[in-house]
Design a protein around this ligand. Structure first.
Ligand code: PMP
Length: 339
């Protein structure tokens, strides 16, 4: 691997993340599984890319002027990415989130200098939903833009021009499959489009958690969800503008238990501390790898996204009491450590 040279600007630290071969998942799949280390971004998640893409796009269109404000409704990683990028470029950040989100995320956003507005959790149809509140706040605030990550396609463009190009180069143009879960859908759609533009035979698979509607949509043409998931940042119930035209060839549905099993193995066997969406993605990549091997591609090479750091979930995924409350298995090494 090349040693990164000195960069002139902190924003250049976003993207160009390392790609790592994952030994356990590769063994389980019977072919090579690679993880793109998005936790290595400055905000420790894949959402730094969307934050930078959206802000740069608003600057280019003239909508965002010097000293302006970026407003977004988000529960976590996007807000953290926006706050960091906005700091670096001299903008204010206002983040609206439901007040049932983890204290860690609220503390992080405040620590980064974002103005935090909390609203009671409610359904999307309610005009007081955090997304609608953020849109209204942006309209009412002088010099503000609404980032609108779900339907602003500057989000997926960051993956078409960034993540997909990096993956293609890092894998020397030999990539047979890519999969990840969708929150806004920016990553799966953008990476899918960027890879297909280079090789239309690359298989793009959606990995969906329970409780989301996209598995049924791509499998049966019907937006219908079943079950539930505690995974944060993924699980979508509609076709966002970022998901429109996403080149999905196949789909897998992965349970929290399967995702957590990979979170545990990757930590204990490979020294990677990740969030649950990464575990679900890895389970999906193993399923896609097996599917390719079964169809005669013994040398298949599959990539997925390691979305964010597990340090963001110490009070949840890595907390035995929380896991027990959710009826989820406690990691072996934490058993008996309940406070
Ligand atoms: N994992 C985590 C932890 C996230 O915060 C997000 C962003 N919502 C995703 C995965 C999904 O990314 P995208 O919004 O690009 O679909």
């Amino acid at each position: 691997m090349n040693i990164t040279t000195t960069t002139a600007n902190t924003l250049d630290l976003i993207g160009n993340t390392p790609l790592v071969r994952l030994a356990g998942p590769s063994e389980a799949a019977g072919c090579d599984i690679f993880g793109k280390c998005e936790f290595a971004n400055p905000g420790a998640s894949v959402k730094d890319r969307a934050a930078l893409g959206i802000i740069r796009d608003a600057e280019a269109s003239g909508e965002l002027q010097p000293g302006g404000t970026v407003v977004e409704g988000t529960a976590g990683n996007t807000g953290i990415g926006i706050a960091l990028v906005a700091n670096a470029l001299g903008y204010r950040t206002i983040i609206v989130m439901p007040d049932n989100q983890s204290v860690e995320k609220m503390d992080t956003l405040r620590a980064l200098g974002a103005e935090l507005v909390t609203v009671p959790p409610t359904k999307f149809a309610d005009c007081n939903h955090f997304v609608h509140t953020s849109r209204r706040l942006a309209q009412e605030t002088q010099g503000a833009i609404w980032a609108n990550q779900f339907d602003n396609t500057a989000n997926r463009k960051a993956h078409i021009t960034g993540t997909a190009v990096e993956l293609w180069e890092q894998m020397d143009g030999r990539i047979d499959g890519f999969t990840c879960a969708a929150g806004t859908g920016g990553t799966i759609a953008g990476v899918g489009m960027g890879l297909k533009a280079r090789d239309e035979t690359v298989q793009i698979a959606l990995t969906d958690p329970h409780g989301a509607a996209l598995y049924n949509y791509f499998a049966h043409g019907e937006l219908r969800s079943e079950g539930s998931s505690v995974a944060e940042g993924i699980g979508q119930g509609r076709i966002t503008a970022n998901l429109e035209g996403a080149p999905i060839d196949t789909q897998f549905r992965i349970s929290d238990e399967e995702g957590l099993a990979w979170v545990a193995r990757l930590l204990r066997e490979e020294g990677l501390c990740l969030g649950l969406s990464s575990g679900i993605n890895v389970a999906g990549a193993v399923a896609l790898g097996r599917h390719l091997v079964e169809s005669g591609r013994q040398d298949a090479r599959v990539a997925t996204i390691l979305c964010d750091t597990g340090f963001r979930y110490l009070s949840t995924l890595y907390n035995p009491q929380w896991l027990q409350e959710k009826n989820l298995p406690v990691f072996d090494w934490l058993k008996g450590r309940e406070a």
